[in-house]
Ligand binder design. Structure first.
Ligand SMILES: [Fe+2]
Ligand SMILES: [Fe+2]
Length: 191
């Protein structure tokens, strides 16, 4: 399996939750029940799985391997990837604040939330697509087999350290379960 195949599989999980998030958003925009709790659950998923797991894996394992193969850390390609991760973090932070609000969202508040959430969804989809069409093919072309094996081991180490030391046992499993729950709650409901 190509080293980047692990990352592509994680993209599939993120994309499915983005689809569920879009359904959730349509309910809020349509004047449905103001479900702040579900917004927190979506943000928990995007923060923990999308950012602390997936993006950090890219930044701490894949990008350094590309630097070792001669790509400039400060060059356009890697800088652009890191800049997009930062931008997504900022959008998530603002959405998280909206989910923490106790009072119901006002009509302008719903409009603001909708604009922010739609920007986040579009930005995230474009980011994943750019990685799959530009960054990953570039990495696959430049890295030798030995390095690709090292990257896969690096991913496994990253997951182990995150689960055993930083976030606790069961972290990834609970995030995968959260993704499945959100998808079934918001996608199957309207199918
Ligand atoms: Fe990324
Ligand atoms: Fe990615």
């Amino acid at each position: 399996m190509e080293a980047t195949e692990h990352l592509r599989q994680e993209h599939r999980v993120i994309l499915s939750v983005l689809g569920a998030f879009e359904r959730y958003l349509a309910q809020v925009e349509g004047g449905g029940a103001q479900d702040h709790h579900s917004l927190s659950r979506f943000m928990m998923f995007f923060r923990e799985y999308g950012d602390l797991f997936h993006h950090e894996k890219e930044e701490s394992v894949l990008l350094p391997a590309m630097v070792d193969a001669g790509v400039n850390w400060e060059g356009d390609m890697l800088k652009h990837t890191r800049r997009e991760h930062r931008h997504e973090r900022n959008l998530m932070r603002d959405l998280w604040y909206a989910s923490c609000q106790r009072a119901p969202w006002s009509a302008p508040g719903v409009k603001e939330l909708s604009a922010l959430a739609r920007e986040f969804i579009d930005f995230q989809r474009h980011h994943l697509e750019k990685e799959e069409t530009l960054l990953f093919p570039a990495a696959e072309a430049m890295l030798d087999e030995k390095t690709k094996t090292k990257i896969v081991e690096g991913f496994q180490d990253f997951e182990r350290v995150r689960s055993e030391h930083d976030r606790g046992q069961g972290w990834l499993e609970s995030l995968r379960q959260l993704a499945a729950d959100l998808e079934s709650e918001f996608c199957q409901e309207q199918a």
